[in-house]
Design a protein around this ligand. Structure first.
Ligand code: SF4
Length: 352
């Protein structure tokens, strides 16, 4: 019997999969526009993985420095006893959660620890930083349709290793290049980006906002700013002030990119035609990473590439964005008996 389901891996492609439980085969759904009939080996080998002989299916407990198999009863009782000791008050138990599988079950740990009365963190140390940056810039989590990249004249791939992050976006880039779209990649190097890039520019990790500011500085120097675009921005004078505080050579030396390469990026944005910007999932993990995403978004906006086909700034749209808050699942008995959650929040890079 064939079933259509979705891949549960922590992967932005979120493949639609056709699973044949009799022949134990898994294929990408040919009717899904983005999956387009293919998936990666992690998806197609699911059956092998769950049936693998070396898969751990018994709880292991560390005793005298060694992991030893124990029964499920022993494991669950140990966990329950320790959690009971820890949940004296919200401050004594902190639930740290991140991203990963974005299905409804991804919310299970939050529900569980909320019911136990744990405190938790605000934001996350991974995608949320860039997501928050994009929401502050554009007011909501959205970007051009992935297929719209085929309408771009040029693509600036700012830090995404598509060979590892998204085989489907890579397939679209290959198709776009066959139709004449050019690709410029900015990355710290050591990744798979040269295979699909016309130009590669190496940057010092964590300094992306300085490079974007350097390109914005060339816009300011040339006076080539679209007044219509600027009327659609908030706080442009403040951003302009920040950029004016630094010289071009200062910005270039901080990100270790030559002025020649900065001019190349500027020319790619300023030339006629539409430019799509893809922002990597990694540059936001540095200190002030949210600011890096915001400076790149500002560049996409100032160059007139937001709100048009073939342009846009692609960062991330969470596949769970329409699930709403998981808190409604606590209604009823659980909520009545659950101790109040602590109002404890930790500063994360999302807040920079
Ligand atoms: S590309 Fe692979 S890991 Fe990513 S969603 Fe598709 S099957 Fe899953």
């Amino acid at each position: 019997m064939k079933t259509i389901t979705a891949c549960t891996m922590d992967c932005g492609d979120a493949c639609s999969l056709v699973v044949d439980s009799e022949s134990k085969s898994i294929k990408g759904n040919p009717k899904h526009p983005f999956t387009n009939g293919f998936c990666c080996k992690k998806g197609s080998q699911y059956f092998n993985r769950i049936n693998a002989k070396d898969r751990i299916v018994t709880p292991l407990m560390k005793q005298d420095g060694e992991f030893v198999p124990v029964t499920w009863d022993t494991a669950l009782e140990t966990i329950a006893t320790r959690l009971d000791h820890a949940r004296i008050k919200p401050e004594t138990m902190l639930h740290i959660h991140g991203h990963g599988h974005r299905g409804i079950l991804g919310m299970a740990s939050s529900l569980f620890f909320e019911a136990l009365g744990s405190s938790t963190t605000y934001g996350a140390i991974c995608d949320n930083t860039g997501i928050t940056a994009c929401m502050r810039d554009f007011g909501q989590l959205d970007h051009n349709d992935p297929q719209d990249i085929l309408n771009a004249d040029r693509v600036i791939n700012w830090g995404r290793d598509l060979t590892r992050c998204s085989i489907h976006q890579l397939a679209l880039i290959h198709k776009a290049r066959k139709n004449g779209t050019e690709v410029l990649t900015i990355s710290p190097g050591g990744d798979g980006t040269p295979e699909f890039s016309d130009i590669n520019i190496i940057i010092r990790p964590g300094t992306d906002r300085f490079l974007a500011a350097a390109v914005l500085k060339l816009y300011l120097n040339s006076g080539d700013l679209n007044p219509w675009t600027l009327t659609r921005t908030a706080n442009w004078p403040a951003l302009q002030g920040i950029i004016n505080e630094h010289s071009l050579s200062e910005l270039c030396s901080t990100c270790e990119v030559s002025t020649t390469d900065v001019k190349t990026i500027y020319e790619w944005y300023v030339d006629t035609g539409n430019v799509a910007t893809i922002i990597g999932w990694g540059l936001q993990r540095h200190l002030f990473g949210g600011q890096s995403v915001r400076f790149i978004n500002a560049l996409a906006l100032v160059s007139g590439n937001i709100g048009i086909s073939g342009g846009g700034s692609y960062y991330n749209i969470s596949s769970s964005r329409n699930f709403g808050s998981w808190k409604h699942l606590l209604k009823g008995n659980n909520q009545a008996t659950a101790p109040p959650a602590a109002n404890c929040s930790f500063r994360t890079s999302a807040q920079h």
